[in-house]
Design a protein around this ligand. Structure first.
Ligand SMILES: [Zn+2]
Length: 259
């Protein structure tokens, strides 16, 4: 059985560590820093079997070179559409990824928007989505486009609702605060805020979440909801033609006025 646990890095990054419950081989996802990964592998007597990268940003890739020095020859999977040093297996939509010693297989999804070539890994009922989808939020648009990120979130929305969403940052409480700006009357968002605060007060991660929860509390996935359309239209002060325009309006609203 697959066991997934977080390795905290920097201020608010999660590097995800995957292993079989009874195995001694680990996969890490988006190791921005090698030190907490090496410490964890050593402490638990694990060997590194592979690295999955979702996109090129340094806080997701910065530890690759030193991990390869410690574990030469380990496969490094990452997006074909981005220049990443140390990448050994360039992947794209539909590719299957697995690593000997870990009984799991992941299908690659192209989910551009935060960056131009961002990928996600889906399998075993879980999604590693990097900085595409966050708990109650989504990534900023850097080197992709708003329309791409909107389309990526709508594709993720088609996965089974029970899918566990493993994003790469602990941004949940701040994101929920903005979600309440967009939908102040949504009782599920209010409940989620209380739950997230309780977890953080106890020092626990709020991640993973479920797709089902995102679909009812994440404004960036709810661009077809009348309340979200109304709030986005009010902010933009003009008619919005479709979900892509609603998404763009609330992304700009959050960027300019919330954080
Ligand atoms: Zn990023």
């Amino acid at each position: 059985m697959l066991n997934i646990s977080p390795i905290a890095a920097f201020d608010d990054n999660y590097i995800w560590l995957l292993r079989d419950t009874d195995g001694d081989v680990a996969i890490v996802v988006d190791p921005g820093d090698e030190n907490p990964v090496l410490e964890r592998l050593q402490r638990e007597g694990l060997s590194l079997g592979g690295i999955l990268l979702t996109h090129k940003h340094g806080d997701h890739t910065g530890g690759v070179a030193d991990l390869l020095r410690a574990w030469p020859g380990v496969p490094v999977f990452g997006p074909a559409g981005e220049p990443i040093k140390g990448l050994t297996v360039a992947v794209k939509e539909g590719d299957l990824v697995s690593v000997p010693g870990v009984a799991a297989e992941f299908r690659v999804m192209d989910v551009p928007g935060h960056t131009e070539g961002h990928v996600a890994y889906y399998g075993e009922g879980v999604l590693f989505c990097g900085d595409t989808l966050f708990a109650s939020g989504c990534g900023r648009v850097f080197s992709g486009t708003h329309q791409q990120l909107h389309d990526a979130l709508q594709r993720i929305a088609q996965l089974p609702p029970e899918t566990l969403i493993y994003c790469a940052h602990e941004y949940t409480e701040a994101n929920i605060g903005f979600a309440r700006w967009v939908e102040p009357e949504n009782p599920t968002i209010q409940l989620r805020q209380a739950n997230a605060r309780r977890l953080r007060d106890a020092g626990e991660p709020t991640v993973p979440s479920t797709l089902e929860l995102e679909l009812v509390t994440n404004p960036f996935m709810r661009t077809a909801e009348p309340a979200v359309i109304a709030a986005a239209t009010k902010y933009a002060a003009r008619e919005l033609a479709d979900g892509g325009e609603v998404f763009t309006a609330i992304r700009e609203w959050k960027d300019r006025e919330y954080d």
